[in-house]
Design a protein around this ligand. Structure first.
Ligand code: ADP
Length: 490
């Protein structure tokens, strides 16, 4: 039932007759009443042609009043004759002849002709349920008369009420997405020209809820006239909306994964390439700072120190980025060893004591059990440095940072490290994206230095070590960042 592939244009008077006959045919034949449709078409012909006409079987003798007989053929087989009592210009008859042929075949089918396409016999119910279960229906298209069977099944599949029947090919075509109609017709023409064995096309069609559903239509021309003209086509329609949605989701996920992989590789390569020249800048700066043969003047020494600090900041950022991309690509190897947590925390405090003193923030280790865990010492230290330095940075003068290490009472074999600060806190709307790279919340343009990678890397490291991170914060009161880690590494 490809769109717009109906009969060619005809002269006006014949066109009107054609349409009237076709509508009558569709109306009745849809209700499987080919005999009545045939009668109606003949009545219509009589009226329009102004002469009596009858259909005669191939072996029946003609009536004495017959003036002219026109053979009715399908695929070269003589089905009968149309007998007229008076001469009628053949171009007025021509449009309705295919409809008559079609109807005769239908008529024979209803009368028990074995060539009938209807399902019958014990398998009928089975076939029907199998098709319904597969969201599929079968159609048959009489091309010259543009008469389509079983359109009601299709409409039902789309949720429409089809009481009363009488729906036409035009009805169905009107529901097809306008952008898909031409392609539908093109696909049909390729099959008609014999370029493809099977006509196959997927298109969108409007269901009763106003949603576009995807239909897969497949079919084959099964009857052609002696001159090769296509006469009849049969095929199936299958609702593939869900299948397509699944396929699309899978494709999108694969595309997103590929894009993310490409981004990770790019970042890893960039970070690596940036590090080499930066190390040269830092190395020569340090050499100039300690050069005894040509010691720098005080102003030069100040500038060298600025270069060094900026360089170290950049290197730190690049290293973080490189670590993050390594974790994302699964390329970060861990080196587990026994780590005494109190000892590690005191080391971190010692490293950050200057920074804390500059901010007027006190560092405090809450007394607790002496716990040892199985972890990558360097990476765990990196996690604690990030959390404690944030707790110092986003604090206020006279504030406090407390670090508590506890064996987790709820989860067996887990330790919990909580970093609590009395700082500025984090607004609820910023908490949502806190662990995403380059998210600095309200500090995007603040005087507090940072890049927004620290927390993303911290959480990724914790997760890489088999742990989890949570945060609780109140604006103006402070925050608690909690790391939970297994005591034994998997
Ligand atoms: P950076 O500190 O370099 O900006 P992070 O990834 O470490 O990047 O932190 C991201 C953002 O989270 C910070 O910019 C800040 O807005 C917020 N943040 C992190 N830790 C705290 C904290 N202890 N108190 C308040 N805000 C914090």
């Amino acid at each position: 039932m490809p769109a717009d592939a109906g009969a060619p244009a005809r002269p006006d008077d014949a066109g009107a007759l054609w349409r009237a006959a076709r509508d009558a045919l569709i109306d009745l034949a849809e209700r499987r009443d080919a005999a009545r449709a045939l009668g109606l078409l003949l009545a219509e012909l009589r009226l329009r042609l102004g002469t009596d006409c009858r259909v005669r079987g191939p072996d029946e003798a003609s009536a004495p009043t017959t003036f002219v007989s026109l053979p009715l053929q399908r695929t070269g087989q003589l089905l009968g004759h149309l007998d007229l009592d008076r001469a009628v210009p053949v171009q007025r008859l021509e449009p309705v002849l295919p409809a008559l042929v079609t109807l005769l075949v239908q008529h024979q089918a209803q009368a028990g002709d074995p060539s009938a396409l209807r399902y019958s016999g014990p398998e009928a119910g089975l076939i029907r349920s199998a098709l319904a279960g597969a969201d599929t229906f079968v159609w048959e298209w009489w091309i010259e008369s543009d008469w389509l069977t079983d359109i009601d099944q299709g409409l039902r599949l789309l949720g429409y009420e089809v009481e009363g029947g009488g729906h036409t090919q035009d009805h169905w075509n009107a529901l097809i997405h306008p952008d898909d109609r031409d392609a539908n017709h093109e696909a049909y023409l390729r099959h008609e020209r014999g370029e493809v064995e099977v006509y196959e096309h997927a298109y969108r069609i409007l269901d009763v809820a106003g949603q576009w559903r995807w239909m897969l239509e497949r079919g084959r021309i099964v009857d052609r006239g002696p001159d090769g003209r296509p006469l009849r086509m049969v095929g199936t329609q299958t609702d593939i909306t869900e299948r397509r949605a699944l396929e699309r989701a899978r494709e999108e996920a694969a595309e997103a994964q590929a894009a993310s992989r490409a981004k990770t590789e790019f970042l890893a390569r960039m970070s690596h390439e940036l590090r080499t020249p930066l190390n040269a800048v830092l190395g020569f700066t340090q050499l100039m700072q300690i050069d005894r043969s040509e010691p720098p003047q005080p102003e030069q020494a100040r500038r060298l120190q600025l270069i060094r600090e900026a360089g170290e900041h950049l290197l730190h950022m690049i290293n973080d980025l490189l670590d993050l991309t390594r974790i994302e690509s699964g390329g970060l190897a861990l080196a587990p060893s026994r780590v005494e947590l109190r000892e590690l925390v005191l080391q971190v405090f010692a490293l950050l004591s200057d920074a804390a003193a500059r901010q007027g923030v006190a560092l405090e280790l809450v007394p607790g059990p002496l716990l040892g865990i199985d972890a990558d010492r360097t990476r765990l230290k990196q996690v604690l440095i990030n959390l404690v330095s944030n707790a110092i940075k986003y604090n206020r003068a006279g504030g406090r940072v407390e670090l508590a290490v506890e064996a987790d009472a709820d989860a067996d074999g887990t330790v919990s490290i909580a970093v609590t600060d009395t700082g500025i806190g984090i607004a609820e709307e910023h908490l949502v994206r806190l662990f995403e790279p380059f998210q600095r919340g309200p500090h995007e343009r603040s005087s507090i230095e940072g890049t927004g990678i620290g927390l993303a890397l911290t959480r990724a490291l914790v997760q890489r070590m088999g742990g989890a991170m949570t945060v609780h914060s109140r604006l103006g009161e402070g925050s608690v960042f909690r790391v939970q880690l297994p005591r034994e590494m998997a």
